[in-house]
Design a binder for this molecule. Structure first.
Ligand SMILES: Nc1ncnc2c1ncn2[C@@H]1O[C@H](COP(=O)(O)OP(=O)(O)OP(=O)(O)O)[C@@H](O)[C@H]1O
Ligand SMILES: O=C(O)[C@H](O)COP(=O)(O)O
Length: 446
């Protein structure tokens, strides 16, 4: 007699990944301590801005616990390392506490954050053996999980030498198995990359979904339009040159657009560094023949960056400005999306990838809101959004569209925009260092 039936999810069944990738589903987790790297980089000023990146990792957490594993979770938050001085600033605002509180409310289990000695400006130099007490409690089921402090507070996380070796050995000493579910954290750091040299390593469920979907962006229905904006110029300008080759049209915004304008028209814009302009010149050259970059015609100039003060900001038409020197360019005027080549590109696209906060939020959000609305109006296109701030801002400006998008077959929301750019640059999701490390780990174990 049949006592029940199960429901197959067709979308899940269709998601086939390269068999060289070690999957969480294949790991032996019973009574194992599982070190889980996630990307919960969603805290600003001590508060969770958008729960999405946390929520998409819950399935992996549940899977680990359901199969008898005990989790130690870790994430980075912000960029506390000053790359020039090498100083690590340990600021309460970048603590994992807000994430832990959210997880506890959501899962109704107790997490403990171990306290390690912090030596500024070096950060946390050693994992204190006192953590063993907590691991004992974790094994006994007295606590539901351990959540390590911000990985970027550890001296070894972004180091390339001895400090990294030391950190990674101490980290590996805490656990039996490593799971990477941090698609957004593509940079090969100790907790995303080096750790795979020491522990049996697997891809988590979120990472698997993201890798499957990023393959769809690599094989887009055309015309394919990418919209890239935001603040992380340093990590995004490199990928842009390769993305340029893959797209039919490219729309730039934010600091990237400012830098492009300086390189192309000889503008001087407050806050744009000469060294960055140099990097953008190549893109300008590349575009001379192919003309794929669709320029946003109107931007917003502001005398100050600390707010939207009446009388202190104005719209500039790039073509008719008459001037070459500007204060801060802090947004795109919404009317840029209502006409001409920009509107045409966004409405005729079959695939749109968006990693774009167009303006200095929270004060200058008008351009981003208009852009998201216009993109949503294109009902045919497959729309891929990615990026921490991109999703947060999308959600806060257009909550209705955002919530529909979360479960719409026409949208996919990536947890990392920079990572998608990186994959587009590599041309293959298995070209990411963090994925290569997992594949190599499986090969070594075979
Ligand atoms: N013109 C501008 N001037 C200054 N800051 C800007 C400007 N335009 C956008 N920004 C800032 O860019 C930030 C978002 O950019 P960022 O590159 O971090 O994107 P993201 O969506 O988080 O992508 P990722 O997840 O890849 O980092 C926002 O905090 C926003 O205020
Ligand atoms: O928010 C992000 O883009 C990811 O968490 C990666 O952050 P990072 O660019 O500072 O490594």
């Amino acid at each position: 007699m049949k006592v029940g039936y199960s429901v197959d999810d067709e979308r899940e069944a269709a998601q086939q990944l390269d068999p060289s990738l070690p999957l969480l589903q294949d790991a032996d987790l019973r009574d194992k301590i599982v070190l889980l790297r996630v990307d919960h980089n969603v805290v600003k000023k001590g508060r969770v801005q958008d729960q999405y990146r946390i929520d998409v990792t819950l399935a992996t957490m549940y899977n680990i616990v359901e199969r008898g594993g005990r989790p130690i979770i870790m994430t980075h938050i912000g960029r506390p390392l000053d790359k020039k001085t090498k100083a690590i600033t340990v600021n309460k605002d970048d603590a994992v506490d807000a994430v832990v509180a959210y997880l506890q409310r959501k899962l109704r289990i107790k997490f403990v954050v171990p306290q390690f000695h912090i030596i500024e400006p070096e950060g946390i130099v050693d994992i204190d053996t006192s953590v063993n007490w907590l691991i004992h409690d974790l094994k006994e089921g007295k606590i539901g999980g351990i959540y390590l402090p911000n990985t970027r507070w550890f001296a070894g996380e972004e180091d390339k030498g001895d400090k990294r070796e030391r950190f990674v050995i101490q980290l590996a000493g805490l656990a039996d198995v490593y799971v990477n579910d941090a698609f957004g954290s593509w940079q090969p750091h100790a907790s995303t990359y080096q750790i795979t040299k020491l522990l049996p390593s697997y891809a988590g469920l979120c990472l698997q979904d993201e890798l499957f979907n990023v393959k769809l962006v690599l094989n887009p229905a055309r015309p394919f339009v990418a919209v890239v904006a935001g603040a992380k110029y340093d990590t995004k300008i490199g990928p842009l040159k390769e993305i340029y080759k893959k797209v039919d049209k490219l729309i730039l915004g934010g600091l990237i657009f400012n830098t492009f304008l300086c390189a192309k028209y000889g503008f001087k814009i407050a806050g744009v560094e000469d060294s960055d302009i140099e990097l953008a010149r190549e893109l300008v050259e590349q575009d001379k023949n192919e003309k794929k970059i669709v320029e946003l015609p109107y931007v917003v100039e502001s005398d100050v960056t600390d707010g939207r003060h009446e009388g202190k900001f104005r719209t500039i038409s790039i073509k008719d400005s008459g001037s070459k020197e500007f204060k801060y360019v802090v947004d795109v005027d919404p009317k840029s999306f209502e006409e001409g080549a920009v509107l045409e590109a966004l409405t005729s696209a079959k695939t749109i990838f968006v990693n774009a906060v167009m303006g200095l939020v929270p004060h200058f959000w008008q351009g981003t809101r208009k852009m998201d609305e216009v993109i949503d109006r294109n009902r045919e296109a497959q729309k891929f959004y990615g990026g921490g701030d991109t999703l947060q801002v999308f959600k806060s400006l257009l909550p209705g569209i955002y919530h529909e998008a979360m479960d719409s077959p026409k949208y996919y929301l990536f947890t990392g925009g920079g990572t998608v750019l990186k994959v587009l640059e590599e041309g293959d999701p298995f070209g990411l260092d963090i994925v290569k490390a997992l594949v190599e780990n499986k090969r070594q174990r075979a």
